[in-house]
Ligand binder design. Structure first.
Ligand SMILES: [Zn+2]
Length: 457
């Protein structure tokens, strides 16, 4: 097995509070040494990380890999290729496949497919209910034993309070989290975008913030006497941040997650459509509203005040997990009429630069904290800390991401390496990109055309 030496970088490992200039030696798939002026001689490969951050491999706790069932949109192989391109060494995939991941055999199928064609580590989340139908509890214990790292009916909310209570009771002994897609269905029937003046103008049924907030309130109340780790996926409403902040202050085992698009985009994008200069046939006819399906997500894009509240939540430690909600859809599916088109956008290739734009550029948090939110925090959420993931530890798995924080790049079609290209971020200029992604000691990505490479010579 090959050995790699990463030299001259700023090594940041939030889990051990390490932040120093150092070299990292990798051999036989593990971190062999971290230190100053390590000898280059035994290494097969040297990566010069001058001007770059060397951190634990990034972990995305919320992706949709579409396999099995919708392989035309994404597969485990293509989705993990996108992950590696974005600097991720581990992805956690949601169970809304066809069939759903709702028993131990399906959990094992995901691990097997990841072994065969995956470019990074893949861990499945199991469904809460059989077939994600929201009626009968799925095989929680069997799935946990098979290696499921959490439980969710994502794509749908666990709507029944009785089922939620049972699920919390059954999941608690596994030590994993119940990850909830918070959407009160009777408040969102027929809705395709945020309830606000844009929806009114476009004649679309609005999706109110309270549809998210009431589920969070209910679940926290149900969980009060149970104490199961409870995780709120893709928070979109500013009001949700207040609820989570209060619960965490009371000591409730509640965590919150936010995705890049909810920190950067607002509902008016649906009306405006893609910016000038972006190659697209999705612009509104003769200056009319675009009804841009690339801006259609679940939960929907909201307003500036929500972004401000979410940013405050990240800054004050209310929101501790970042996830992309990578949701690939074919161009055909996204070209349907707005109300018929599926929800969701891809996120793996672009997340790091977008998080830097949302959180680092305006000074909400710094790089060590951003890395913490993308490594050890999701590792804790999914029980991956015990496997040595999310940190840089001597003898631990050599999952390492090298980030050039000063590399400015424009997101273009060629940067999207997964099967689907449904993103509203084409044409955006961002700063910060993974220039190397190392999974279990194997260099899966190395970008040589980085800004730092100019400085290195
Ligand atoms: Zn969801």
């Amino acid at each position: 097995m090959s050995s790699t030496l990463i030299v001259n970088g700023r090594v940041i490992d939030p889990a051990s509070a390490r932040d120093e200039r150092a070299d990292v030696a990798i051999a036989a798939g593990v971190v062999a040494a971290i230190g100053h002026d390590l000898p280059r001689s035994p290494a097969d490969r040297v990566i010069d990380a001058h001007g770059c951050l060397v951190c634990p491999g990034l972990i995305d706790p919320h992706v949709h890999l579409r396999e099995p069932g919708r392989e035309e949109a994404e597969t485990i192989a293509s989705g993990t290729q996108a992950a590696v391109s974005g600097g991720f060494t581990t992805v956690v995939c949601m169970p809304n496949t066809t069939p759903a991941i709702d028993d131990d055999a399906m959990v094992e199928f995901i691990f097997k497919q990841a072994d065969l064609g995956g470019r990074c580590r893949v861990f499945p989340v199991g469904a809460v209910s059989k077939g994600r139908q929201g009626e009968e509890l799925a095989e929680i214990g069997l799935m946990a034993r098979a290696g499921a790292v959490g439980f969710s009916d994502d794509g749908d909310c666990v709507a029944s309070a009785a089922l939620m209570q049972r699920a919390l009771n059954y999941i608690r002994p596994t030590g994993r989290a119940l990850m909830q897609h918070c959407q009160e269905v009777t408040l969102t029937r027929g809705a395709s975008m945020h309830a606000g003046e844009v929806a009114t103008k476009l004649g679309l049924i609005g999706w109110p913030r309270v549809a998210e907030e009431v589920v969070i309130e209910r679940d926290i109340r149900l969980n009060r006497s149970i104490g199961c780790p409870y995780h709120i996926q893709h928070m979109s409403s500013g009001g949700s941040v207040d609820i989570v902040r209060r619960a965490r202050r009371e000591g409730q085992p509640v965590t919150g997650e936010v995705a890049p698009h909810h920190l950067l985009l607002t509902h008016d994008l649906i009306e405006r459509g893609p910016g000038e200069g972006v190659e697209s046939d999705e612009r509104g006819a003769e200056g009319g509203p675009a009804y841009w399906t690339a801006a259609k997500m679940n939960p929907p894009l909201r307003e500036r005040a929500d972004i401000e509240a979410l940013l405050t939540g990240v800054a004050d430690g209310t929101i501790t997990v970042l996830g992309t909600d990578h949701a690939p859809h074919t161009a055909e599916a996204k070209s349907l009429e707005f109300e018929q088109a599926p929800f969701g956008i891809i996120g793996l290739e672009t997340a790091l630069g977008l998080y830097a734009k949302a959180l680092i550029d305006p000074g909400v948090i710094d790089w060590p904290r951003l890395i913490e939110l993308m490594t050890i925090e999701p590792a804790r959420l999914c029980g991956l800390e015990a496997r040595g993931l999310g940190r840089l530890k001597l003898g631990g798995p050599a999952d390492v991401t090298v980030i050039d924080p000063d590399l400015t790049w424009t997101i273009g079609p060629a940067d999207i390496v997964g099967k689907s290209r449904n993103t509203p971020f084409l044409g955006w200029e961002v700063k910060g990109r993974a220039i190397a992604t190392i999974v279990s000691g194997v260099v899966r990505l190395e970008r040589r055309e980085s800004a730092a490479s100019g400085r290195r010579t």
